[in-house]
Ligand binder design. Structure first.
Ligand code: FMN
Length: 163
């Protein structure tokens, strides 16, 4: 498919309503890295597996290649600023952000709706992305409302029940 069609394809993908996550890891030297992702999905209950797709062009891609662990932070409805920051900000993304270290050493962002601390179960080469399949070591569900994403816009799940 020619390059000119990427915008249309991206728009078509954007018609799928998702939540928003920040995927985190540490570099070899211990610096926290992370990026906003909506390609997260649950995979398996037994064993407990999830997946997320990472673009090979991301500045944090080498860190995710070298790390055997990563964490998924499911963003809460009040965390749109964090979604923007971890998608666009080119400086130190964790500066001024409250976070703690997971048991596996990954950054867990305060105020998230849920956390999943994972070891790398499988990495699948998939075009301009890799699919990271994570085996869930531990998780916490904080029970908050979530941040949603639809056609390039964020929304909140605060009034989410349709009857
Ligand atoms: C809502 C949203 C969802 C995104 N989902 C993904 C994703 O699933 N995988 C991915 O590689 N990039 C995704 N991105 C883009 C990355 O967040 C962005 O390219 C990355 O943070 C750029 O990091 P860098 O400047 O360090 O290279 C998404 C961006 C937004 C705004």
């Amino acid at each position: 498919m020619a390059d000119a069609s990427h915008d249309k394809l991206r728009s078509a993908f954007g018609s799928y309503v998702t939540g928003v996550t920040v995927v985190t890891a540490r570099t070899d030297t211990g610096d926290p890295v992370g990026f906003t992702a909506n390609s997260f999905n649950s995979v398996s209950l037994d064993p407990a597996l999830l997946l997320v797709c990472i673009g090979k062009g991301l500045s944090s891609y080498p860190a995710f290649c070298n790390s055997s662990h990563f964490a998924i932070n499911i963003l809460g409805s009040d965390q749109k600023a964090l979604a923007d920051r971890f998608a666009n900000y080119k400086g130190k993304r964790f500066e001024g952000i409250e976070w703690q270290e997971s048991e596996l050493g990954c950054p867990l962002i305060s105020g998230a709706s849920a956390w999943f601390d994972c070891s790398l179960f499988n990495r699948i080469d998939a075009g301009d992305h890799d699919v990271l399949v994570g085996r869930i070591h531990s998780y916490t569900d904080h029970g908050k409302n979530g941040l949603g994403y639809f056609r390039h816009e964020y929304f909140s799940t605060d009034n989410r029940i349709l009857k």
